[in-house]
Design a protein around this ligand. Structure first.
Ligand SMILES: NC(=O)c1ccc[n+]([C@@H]2O[C@H](COP(=O)([O-])OP(=O)(O)OC[C@H]3O[C@@H](n4cnc5c(N)ncnc54)[C@H](O)[C@@H]3O)[C@@H](O)[C@H]2O)c1
Length: 311
């Protein structure tokens, strides 16, 4: 695995599931890790520092270095304290893995304002706030003349890039995270920071409570959360300095650098369209109509298999 010794990493939401796997993998590769986790329920209620502390104990038992951090990533000042925590504990920060997340699924027609706000806050603001504070830390070091190999790895979802029914709040936040990745990658390149994004699939409390995914099979489990972490390690290597702004769909051993929004069906008139003429051109181009394929088809084309298939 890439040698990340001497690097300092924060993994948000690292007390459980995919974030825990990332924290263990980063520590095994030699990084010192801030294991952040608020420790609430899947819906984001309550707080408990014991999941983060348990992961720290696991890292220490394996000979690594880690500290637990209980900040809420959706709290702008709290995210600043988390970055400060890395600096005070280990002297600096090189790697930020934004992973913390919650779910409050509901059909749009029934979704409450609280369900919308909570999910947008934890995911979208919970990516902005830590990245904003980390970026200020990296700008300062870059301006002082350091050549950085700093990394942000964000966490989107098949729901965000393909669109899953019942998740307008979560999917909109996750699509926003993919867009945030594209822009942050361009802005932070000048400081030596790459910004990439994962669209993972794994057996965690999030998917176990949402889908009927059954237990792990004998042999290789495509849904083992640890399958996602090699992508993080590869992106964190110094040699990955020129791989940035990408969204990687991960299913077992299938890692797919997705093509996002690109030029599609062009209706070019050379002057302002007449609405009737435009409608006629659209109906001619789409004789059978046009609609999103949805998450199941999107995931299959990316080399995966929707958990919804198991429903
Ligand atoms: N499991 C999957 O198949 C899957 C699919 C797509 C995307 N994801 C994304 O992967 C990430 C990890 O999910 P998981 O499946 O491991 O779920 P999980 O529930 O096992 O872990 C998420 C962790 O984030 C923590 N957390 C929640 N809100 C927080 C906050 N405000 N501040 C700090 N920590 C907070 C929780 O306490 C929890 O330990 C999430 O962003 C999720 O949306 C997961």
């Amino acid at each position: 695995m890439p040698d990340l010794s001497g690097k300092v990493a924060i993994v948000t939401g690292a007390g459980r599931g995919i974030g825990r796997a990332h924290a263990l993998a980063l520590a095994a590769a030699g990084a010192k890790v801030v294991v952040n986790d608020l420790g609430g329920s899947l819906a984001g209620e309550g707080a408990d520092t014991s999941p983060a502390q348990q992961v720290v104990a696991e890292i220490e038992a394996a000979g690594g270095e880690a500290v637990a951090d209980g900040e809420n990533v959706a709290d702008f000042a709290g995210a600043g304290r988390m970055v400060e925590h890395a600096v005070s504990a280990f002297g600096r920060l090189e790697i930020l893995v934004n992973n913390a997340g919650i779910l409050r699924d509901r059909m749009l027609v029934n979704m409450s304002e609280e369900e919308w706000d909570a999910v947008i806050a934890v995911h979208l603001k919970g990516h902005f706030a830590p990245t904003r504070h980390a970026a200020a830390h990296w700008r300062e070091r870059s301006k002082a003349g350091e050549q950085l190999h700093a990394r942000v790895v964000n966490t989107s979802s098949p729901s965000g890039v393909f669109g899953n029914v019942g998740q307008t709040n979560y999917g909109a936040a996750k699509a926003g995270i993919a867009g945030f990745t594209l822009i942050a990658a361009q802005e932070l390149a000048r400081y030596g920071v790459t910004v990439n994004c994962l669209a993972p699939n794994a057996r965690t409390r999030m998917t176990e409570e949402t889908f009927d995914i059954g237990s792990a099979p004998e042999g290789f489990d495509p849904l083992d959360p640890a399958n996602i972490s090699p992508v993080v390690l590869a992106l964190c290597a110094d040699e990955a300095q020129h791989i940035t702004g990408q969204v990687f769909h991960v299913w077992g051993g299938a890692v797919n650098a997705l093509h996002g929004w690109t030029g599609g069906e062009l209706f070019a008139a050379g002057e302002r369209w007449d609405a009737d003429a435009l409608l006629a051109a659209m109906r001619e181009r789409f004789p059978a109509g046009v609609a999103p394929e949805g998450m199941v088809a999107g995931m299959e084309k990316a080399g995966g298999r929707s958990l919804r298939v198991a429903e």
